[in-house]
Ligand binder design. Structure first.
Ligand code: PMT
Length: 222
């Protein structure tokens, strides 16, 4: 059991970006490649977990996980997660979910008649916060992507959203974060913290998975 500490644990994990349609041919998106999430899904599965991966659009090869559900928009990701949240023990939010979506996508392709174009956006539901606020929530792990004051903002997300753990990364710099093959994480929980230095996302995912398994077991032993 020591090698597979998550045997029997049902994991729900979001990964990749979301796409918010503007019209039939355009969308608002972000730079998430899905690499970090797919690597983490596989690493958790290797530790014995049964992983259901909810994936936004990516160009990655199929990961070795029990189940995979493909979605496109934040609202679709939200429904896919909420439909399964009651039946999972561990929820990991690696996805870069769009915070806003166009109020109503145009039915036809938007024409370039005007010199300027104003988009009206509305807030998307916060999937991670909603899962953590359930009556008997799963053990919940969030990510925080920040360009500055990484640890401070991550700590704020941990407490404000009521999470068990948060993995924070610096984005928008020369190394790590979105799209890249490597990344570094500051992992924070209520009474501890660990730095995982810059390394390949596959290896980083294994280290993070081991840390999650440790905290998960401690949480259930308490
Ligand atoms: O996919 P890669 O190219 O490998 O890049 C990896 C990554 C940089 C995308 C990843 O490591 C990462 O940081 N993922 C979280 C990105 C993000 O959207 O962070 P955030 O700080 O905006 O959101 C905080 C947390 O809330 C995240 O766990 C996010 O999944 C969740 N969230 C946010 C908004 C929303 N509407 N619903 C959510 O569940």
């Amino acid at each position: 059991l020591a090698a597979r500490p998550l045997t029997g644990v049902r994991v729900l994990l979001t990964a990749g970006p979301t796409r918010e349609p503007l019209d039939p041919v355009r969308f608002l998106g972000n730079r998430s490649s899905g690499r970090m999430g797919f690597a983490l899904a596989e690493a958790l599965e290797t530790l014995g977990a049964r992983v259901t991966l909810i994936a936004g659009p990516t160009a990655l090869p199929a990961p070795r996980v029990a189940e995979r559900i493909d979605v496109e928009t934040a609202l679709e990701m939200h429904s896919a997660v909420m439909a399964r949240a009651a039946d999972c023990d561990l929820f990991v939010a690696t996805a870069a979910v769009a915070d806003y979506r166009p109020v109503e996508p145009a039915e036809n392709k938007i024409k370039k008649n005007a010199d300027a174009l104003t988009l009206h956006l509305v807030r998307n539901p916060d999937i991670l916060a909603e899962v953590a606020a359930r009556p008997s929530p799963p053990f919940t792990v969030g990510f925080a992507a920040e360009t500055d004051r990484v640890e401070e903002y991550a700590r704020d997300k941990l407490t404000r959203k009521g999470l068990n753990m948060i993995a924070a990364n610096h984005v928008g710099g020369e190394r790590g974060g979105f799209e890249r093959a490597e990344n570094a994480l500051t992992v924070i929980w209520r009474n501890g913290q660990r730095e995982l230095p810059m390394m390949d996302k596959t290896r980083l995912a294994r280290e993070l998975a081991a840390l999650i398994a440790e905290r998960y077991q401690e949480h259930h032993a308490a």
